[in-house]
Design a protein around this ligand. Structure first.
Ligand code: ADP
Ligand code: MG
Length: 206
């Protein structure tokens, strides 16, 4: 089983949105996919009622290595209450995806998460990571400016895929992902992102 962890200590950058859409992409491609339980206050069960073909697993079982053989891929979303457990998660992850918005403050805000990841990568050779720009806007040069800044500032690679601000993503939790929407551009973005991640994870879908 491969573990894809979606992390950023900053909220509202699209971690849960990308976790769901990537999980749907991989499940649609025939992989046995689980999402880790994301909320002790019970919203995970709310999420469960929305999920099709994707199981929710308890993070404790992941740490105990109890579910290793049952799934091909575990997508691990990291809500704020898990922030202090990121090092533990990075220790078992294969790939850490760090979503960010295209802004200068946003570029600075991922510094802490990047430093944690870099530290983990020194210990765990298998571990890889990538930054992805999410919620970018049309007709502005800011995205390219921030992409340049990210490349110059951080050693973690910036993925080529950029996801734009699209209503279909906002709606995607109730449509079982953008693949059930009419938004082909959003679908193409998720396919591109998943393809980049698969190259790093040595995964293939049918
Ligand atoms: N590419 C996108 N386009 C439009 N809305 C998005 C996009 N990505 C995320 N959102 C929206 O932004 C908000 C925050 O996303 P969420 O996934 O909850 O972030 P996080 O889990 O990092 O806190 C949600 O309302 C979500 O629907
Ligand atoms: Mg979230």
């Amino acid at each position: 089983m491969k573990i894809l962890c979606i992390a950023s200590q900053k909220g509202g950058v699209g971690k849960t949105t990308l976790a769901l859409n990537l999980a749907y992409f991989f499940a649609g491609g025939g992989l046995r996919v689980a999402i880790s339980d994301t909320d002790p206050q019970g919203s995970a069960s709310d999420l469960a009622s929305l999920l099709e073909n994707i199981d929710i697993v308890n993070l404790t079982d992941v740490f105990d290595a109890k579910i290793i053989d049952e799934y091909d891929l575990l997508v691990c979303d990291t809500p704020p209450y898990l922030s202090n457990r990121l090092p533990e998660l990075f220790a078992i992850a294969d790939f850490v995806l760090i979503p960010m918005k295209a802004g200068y403050l946003d570029a600075m805000a991922i510094k802490g998460t990047i430093e944690l990841l870099e530290k983990s990568m020194l210990t765990y050779n298998r571990l890889k990571g990538g930054i992805v720009m999410n919620m970018t806007m049309y007709r502005t040069s800011i995205t390219e400016e921030v992409r340049t800044l990210i490349r110059e500032t951080y050693s973690i690679p910036l993925l080529n895929t950029t996801l734009m601000q699209r209503v279909s993503y906002t709606r995607s939790p109730i449509t079982s992902g953008v693949f059930n929407s009419e938004d082909e551009k959003a679908q193409a973005e998720i396919v591109d992102l998943a393809t980049e991640i698969m190259q790093h994870l040595d995964l293939t879908v049918s």
